[in-house]
Design a protein around this ligand. Structure first.
Ligand SMILES: [Zn+2]
Length: 305
């Protein structure tokens, strides 16, 4: 087995750019601390729209080369975050972006949404058994906002975590491994409200419009949040990673817009709900480290001092 650092974090996302928007702070922080950070992206995001007019020809309805272009954007984002282990589920292009819910792309051959969960999960089991992460981060069952690929990424991640731990499942894919803690991405509503208030006060005219709070994936009641990662030290890295996804994201200081042109705050701090494993909260009732409570060998690379 490859000799990985002591602390290993796996994140499963639907499209290139989701990881930087949702977990850029978390990935940058753990990479900087010497943990092993593995990103698995399930599709190339081929059905995305394109913001820069000069690149408009990449879209699915014209050249259909956006997926290839986004491989490069993702690689640049990972350099900004200091993450070296990033992979596409089953290899680049194995599963195609399914488009928004209800579109005909949902039913296209190879669309991730139409792939049997267990088939896609097999590829993730191989990653889990080889990297042996203690912590998995993915979406809630609604995928944060109902996009088919996000819902499917959730299903595949949760299924793969179960299968990877089952000694009877596919022994050739490596020794069984149980992930100690599983988190879903969450954003407490008051944090989003404060971010939008800042946007309205400081940059009301920067974007053609302003998004609605419920457009932000994973918005939830504050009581559901169990862990919070402070982004103050790595805000520049998160911003640089988001900027690398130039076909998808227009950044303006601490605000951004997707291709719909609706402004949103960049959320530097990131939030999670622990759904499997034992929480080890600080005095404020929240964890501030996703590895909290897990034993790491003293002095091992990636162990916390
Ligand atoms: Zn996405």
């Amino acid at each position: 087995m490859k000799d990985f650092p002591a602390r290993r974090l796996l994140l499963v996302h639907a499209h290139p750019d989701d990881e930087s928007i949702t977990n850029g702070t978390t990935m940058a922080r753990y990479a900087a601390e010497g943990a092993h950070v593995t990103l698995v992206t399930c599709t190339l995001g081929e059905e995305g729209e394109v913001i820069p007019p000069a690149l408009a020809h990449l879209v699915a309805g014209r050249d259909d080369t956006l997926g290839t272009h986004r491989i490069g954007e993702l690689a640049a984002a990972m350099r900004a975050l200091g993450v070296t282990d990033h992979r596409f589920l089953g290899g680049p292009g194995r599963y195609r972006d399914s488009g928004m819910m209800g579109t005909e792309q949902n039913h296209r051959p190879g669309a991730f949404w139409g792939t049997p969960v267990d088939e896609a999960a097999t590829h993730l089991v191989e990653v889990i058994r080889s990297v042996r992460p203690q912590v998995l981060v993915t979406y809630d069952p609604d995928g944060g906002y109902g996009h088919p690929d996000h819902i499917q990424a959730h299903r595949v991640a949760m299924r793969a975590a179960d299968l990877a731990a089952d000694p009877a499942y596919h022994p050739a894919a490596g020794a069984p491994h149980t992930i100690a803690k599983i988190y879903w991405n969450r954003v407490p509503r008051p944090v989003v409200e404060e971010g939008f208030a800042r946007l309205r006060a400081e940059a009301p005219d920067v974007f053609p419009g302003i998004a609605a709070i419920d457009d932000v994936p994973g918005v939830c009641d504050e009581s559901m949040v169990t862990a919070e990662i402070d982004g103050s030290d790595v805000a520049d890295a998160k911003a640089a990673a988001m900027r690398a996804h130039a076909t998808q994201i227009a950044l303006a200081g601490p605000f951004f817009a997707l291709s719909n042109g609706l402004g949103q705050p960049v959320l530097a701090d990131e939030f999670y709900q622990l759904v499997r494993g034992t929480a080890a909260p600080d005095d404020d009732g929240r964890e501030h480290d996703l590895f909290a409570g897990l034993a790491a060998p003293a002095g091992a690379p990636g162990a916390r001092a």
